[in-house]
Design a protein around this ligand. Structure first.
Ligand code: FAD
Ligand code: NAP
Length: 414
């Protein structure tokens, strides 16, 4: 099963969508940056695309490489350019910026999700933010990739600046403003009160941007997550990457996409959903409305502790209302819901309500499963599907392994 991630265009500063004789121009990165990522099947490109279909013009420095393992899959890399990786025969952007020479971006406003997405729950860790950076078209990426962020530090090992931390990109390739010049992240602010580690002694914890502080306790504040969550518009951000080939979307516009996310594991899913259901580049016709290039079913299961921690709930409800035959949305709120047996509602508990439907969907060779977030989710899948697999004379672990080797079971958990 091939992945979609393809041809991204070094084009003329505009992604071109043809409808009959008329062309609709989607503004993209300026020519100087030379790249505007395009996906063949879902976002654009067919042979008729002309300039948009030309290959990625990365900074040259061509070297010969052998086969390389990418995201657990072995891909042929006959030729590698700097800033590019070849996955399944297609070029994707790759580490254009390194920790030693990061891109210096700027924090920009995002009217739709201005910073805090969640509401106070009583938990020290309640806040998750949505932050958008201007990369001027210089950090092209595709849906499913991550970038690194460098905080000033010192970090928990005393390093200054801090070691990079990776974040899954939460915007689609064109960015939230569809200019191909921005990238957004969905970041949870790590705050631990009276825990094993502390980088604020009693009396030292000052109010963060959301106004939360614990002056009477020893506090550990995650170095990079707090740096990001406290950003103000205009601040400089140091970006590395992009990187990651495990979570790329398939090329087939008829593929079915089952998405399983806990907490900020929603980030790559949001990136997909923007492309599938929101962006002009994912529209089947050039006006950007109505039918989509995507023709399959996208089914999202999201797990969060409180209903106040649901992420991008407004967008999911909007897609479900607009595309009820193509988008299904289920969530598990672990500390507020229980199943009929009185068990805590985890994502796998919610999925268990649809075991047969999901199992049938997974039998189709064009169904992909994407999982992102907490490690425990993988054990949850075993819990959910072992019984039904056994009824079909199969072992879930073997079935999942085969899906993985077919490139249709994508996991990024830790
Ligand atoms: P750190 O300062 O690194 O602290 C992390 C932990 O270390 C704390 O729990 C703390 O208790 C512990 N600690 C402190 N001191 C010590 C010590 N001396 N020894 C041992 N442990 C110590 N996060 C998101 O919010 N959104 C995303 O989309 C996202 N995507 C990711 C994608 C990938 C591929 C990966 C690998 C990670 C992703 N993460 C994401 C997690 C992110 O990279 C960071 O790990 C997270 O934000 C915490 O980083 P920090 O610098 O804030 O915390
Ligand atoms: P969160 O808001 O705390 O939500 C996590 C939810 O999952 C909670 O409802 C939690 O329930 C539940 N949960 C706990 N154990 C589970 C299990 N075994 N199976 C299923 N669900 C379980 O999430 P978060 O703080 O954002 O954390 C998400 C994790 O994903 C973090 O570790 C983050 O760093 C990681 N992440 C990874 C990537 C990546 O690899 N690309 C991207 C983004 C995030 P209870 O708390 O009520 O038990």
């Amino acid at each position: 099963m091939t992945q979609r991630h393809g041809a991204f265009a070094a084009a003329s500063g505009a992604a071109v969508c043809f409808l009959g004789g008329a062309a609709f121009l989607t503004p993209t990165a300026p020519q100087s940056s030379s790249v505007a990522p395009m996906s063949r099947a879902l976002r654009g490109a067919t042979a008729s695309e002309g300039p948009a279909a030309s290959s990625f013009a990365a900074p040259a420095a061509v070297a010969l490489l052998a086969a390389a393992a990418v995201g657990g899959r072995v891909t042929r890399q006959a030729e590698a350019k700097k800033g590019v990786r070849v996955v399944d025969g297609k070029e994707i952007p790759w580490n254009l910026f390194s920790p030693k020479a990061p891109y210096r971006g700027k924090v920009v406003p995002n009217k739709k999700h201005p910073q805090t997405l969640t509401e106070k729950t009583g938990d020290a860790n309640w806040e998750t933010t949505h932050v958008t950076f201007d990369h001027g078209g210089n950090v092209p990426y595709i849906e499913g990739q991550s970038i690194g962020i460098i905080a000033p530090g010192p970090d928990k090992k005393g390093e200054t600046p801090a070691r990079i931390r990776l974040y899954s990109i939460a915007s689609s390739a064109v960015g939230d403003d569809e200019s191909s010049r921005t990238v957004s992240l969905c970041v949870k602010r790590v705050v631990e009160v009276d825990g094993k580690f502390a980088n604020r002694e009693v009396g030292q914890d000052k109010p963060d941007k959301a106004g939360t502080h614990y002056p009477d306790n020893k506090v550990y504040r995650g170095v990079t997550s707090n740096h990001i969550c406290d950003f103000n518009v205009g601040d400089e951000v140091l970006i590395t990457g992009p990187t990651g080939a495990e979570m790329l979307l398939p090329e087939d516009p008829k593929a079915n996409i089952i998405m399983l996310a806990t907490g900020t594991g929603i980030a790559p899913m949001r990136s997909y959903l923007r492309l599938l259901f929101n962006d002009r580049v994912g529209a089947a016709v050039c006006n950007g409305f109505g039918p989509r290039k995507f023709k399959g079913l996208a089914w999202l299961f999201m797990g969060v502790p409180f209903s106040k921690s649901l992420l991008y709930d407004d967008e999911h409800k909007e897609y479900a209302a607009k595309y009820p035959l193509q988008f299904r949305y289920d969530y598990a709120v672990s500390r507020e819901q229980k199943n009929a047996a009185g068990q805590k509602m985890y994502i796998q508990t919610k999925m268990a309500e649809y075991t047969e439907e999901l199992w049938a969907l997974m039998q189709k060779p064009n169904t992909h499963v994407y999982m992102c977030g907490l490690k425990g989710m993988e054990a949850g899948m075993t819990e959910c599907f072992s019984g039904i697999a056994e009824k079909s004379g199969l072992k879930w672990e073997e079935f999942a392994k085969k899906m993985k080797s077919d490139g249709r079971y994508h996991v990024e958990v830790y």
